[in-house]
Ligand binder design. Structure first.
Ligand SMILES: [Zn+2]
Length: 304
């Protein structure tokens, strides 16, 4: 049997499992990742339990692995003492579920847990940028908006373990209703869901998805271009605020929306640096290197 740690990421539609041999812990080029489509959204844990554990068991058996530790990445708000899920906007049926305990009981091993933005930050820090940065903020722009903060090579989680909730920082720009019930949160403007909502509000038409909306931008549709311009400007404003607050020189953009705005990253950096000039600092806005695997890489990095 080979001693390993497992990194498990549970998303809305996929589970990803990262495998790392314990004798290669500091070598971030050595790993294996497997993923499986499991319809987690809309199902109770009990409804997918067998499928989830069978998938993990199959990996362990096939690779002849013994688990020393499990790191778990989940896009939910959870109790740091117990591991119980408190709030998961994309999957409310899992609220109250203690997946950490269930994994611990099933595999008889230590289970460490972090939210997806914090895991994404660790993944980019160690696997994407190979520990070469001193501090960075991983800004995850997908259906929602979140951040993971690395300061002096360590993850900063805050006094309540909930640092990085930039999505619910009130921007003072616009009055769109956020999923948290407040108005004008950054997430209600800078996220895929917000962009689709704004498009509907402005045009009275529904875009099938972000891709179709962005195709229209490329055809120079007026409403679409205006919305993208606003998105880019408010994202720049958000990054400026983060840099002013944390004095961090590297912002890593990740999440499902990044592929659609990648060509605008130099423009965003230019806008932010112009604002930062009078404060004698600058920022490098860089793209995710781990893409969809940032969270599972981060789960592999979790330590007590
Ligand atoms: Zn909010």
């Amino acid at each position: 049997m080979i001693n390993t740690i497992l990194g498990i990421e549970i998303g809305g539609t996929y589970i990803r499992v990262g495998i790392k041999k314990t004798n290669t812990l500091n070598d971030h080029t050595q790993y294996k990742i497997v993923k499986k489509k499991i319809s987690i959204r809309d199902n109770l844990f009990e409804e997918i339990e067998d499928e989830l554990f069978t998938f993990i068991d199959m990996i362990l058996e096939k690779e002849k692995l013994a688990i020393n530790r499990i790191g778990l990445s989940i896009a939910a708000n959870f109790d740091r003492k117990t591991g119980e899920i408190i709030y998961w906007s994309n999957n409310p049926k899992w609220e109250g579920c203690n997946i950490k305990e269930k994994l611990k009981k099933k595999y008889g091993t230590e289970v460490l847990m972090e939210d997806d933005a914090n895991c994404g930050a660790l993944g980019e820090f160690y696997y994407g940028y190979r520990g070469k940065l001193n501090s960075m903020i991983y800004l995850s722009i997908g259906t929602g908006l979140g951040a993971g903060i690395i300061i002096n090579k360590s993850l900063y989680v805050g006094d309540f373990g909930k640092a990085g909730e930039i999505g619910h920082v009130i921007s003072g720009l616009g009055d769109s209703l956020c999923s948290c019930g407040q108005r004008g949160c950054y997430q209600s403007i800078i996220s895929g869901k917000a962009l689709l909502n704004d498009y509907f509000r402005e045009s009275n038409k529904k875009a099938a998805d972000i891709q179709s909306l962005m195709n229209k931008v490329k055809m120079n549709g007026n409403i679409e271009s205006k919305l993208l311009f606003r998105f880019i400007n408010i994202l720049s404003n958000c990054i400026y605020n983060l840099v002013m607050l944390f004095d961090i020189s590297h912002i890593v953009l990740g999440g499902g929306m990044v592929q659609f705005i990648i060509e605008y990253i130099p423009k965003i950096q230019e806008i932010v640096n112009e604002q930062l000039k009078i404060f004698k600092r600058s920022v490098n806005i860089i793209e995710s290197k781990c893409n969809e695997n940032a969270g599972v890489f981060g789960a592999l990095c979790l330590k007590e």
